[in-house]
Design a protein around this ligand. Structure first.
Ligand code: UDP
Length: 233
């Protein structure tokens, strides 16, 4: 795999509590990503924002959904710049590009800028999702992976793939090794990514690998195209 878009949720960046920003998780991630880069992969990292704000959760009679989603997008920017600093400190060359315009904080995302950073062996951390409300960073991940011609979206999760039942609630639930886009979109028990993201990936034949993040070496396994987690495609 030459170019990979890694999607990390805010909850994962929040570590054990799932809230705030856990520097130890970020340091560990820098190491994982660096190993992938040393193998010759180009890496984009799309960060979520659920450790601070998920629009759907805070929208109510007083806060409009669009405002709530804007707050959610800002929370991805917080994660992206913090992660960017941790990567830099760890010696991983990095650039943060944002689909929410905040020029004092990060450069705006453009296709050409991202390609330029890749050509200089920098990890590209992507903030702001799609830059539009009413969707999530999963949709942003698929959209940007398509734009950047990534070979795969690596969707990091807490468990080692897609289960039809929640494996935390039912330890006997079995993991699917692979599934088609159609199954992923139509099976309402499969909630690993939002349906819009899965539909867009399917329309464009973009493979998705759902894998367990916090296992040493899993990112490099994706680079080597080893069988890991669940492949949607
Ligand atoms: N968001 C949005 N448009 C996007 C991406 C994200 O409006 O293109 C908002 C939305 O409110 C979402 C929040 O940002 O809930 C944080 O993103 P997400 O829920 O995907 O984060 P994750 O669950 O991956 O941490």
């Amino acid at each position: 795999m030459k170019r990979i878009l890694l999607k990390i949720s805010g909850e994962q960046l929040g570590g054990k509590s799932g809230h705030g920003f856990d520097v130890e998780v970020a340091k560990w991630l820098a190491k994982e990503v660096e190993e992938a880069i040393q193998m010759g992969a180009q890496m984009a990292v799309m960060v979520g924002g659920g450790n601070f704000v998920r629009g759907e959760e805070i929208a109510n009679g007083d806060i409009d959904r669009v405002t709530a989603d804007n707050a959610g997008m800002l929370s991805t920017l917080i994660n992206a710049i913090l992660l960017g600093d941790v990567f830099k400190r760890a010696g991983v060359p990095v650039a943060v590009l944002s689909n929410v315009s905040a020029p004092q904080i990060a450069d705006d995302f453009t296709y050409r800028r991202a390609l330029n950073h890749f050509s200089k062996d920098r990890v590209v951390i992507l903030a702001g999702g799609t830059g539009m409300p009413l969707v999530t960073t999963d949709t942003g991940a698929v959209m940007l992976a398509l734009q950047l011609k990534c070979d795969v979206v690596a969707k990091a999760t807490k468990v080692d793939g897609v289960y039809v039942e929640d494996p935390i609630e039912n330890p006997k639930a079995h993991r699917l090794e692979s599934l088609t886009y159609d199954e992923a979109v139509t099976n309402q028990n499969i909630r690993v990514m939002d349906k819009a993201a899965l539909g867009m990936a399917g329309d464009n034949h973009l493979p998705i690998v759902v894998f367990e993040l916090r296992k040493d070496g899993n990112v490099t396994k994706i680079v080597r195209d080893e069988k890991i987690g669940t492949k949607i495609g």
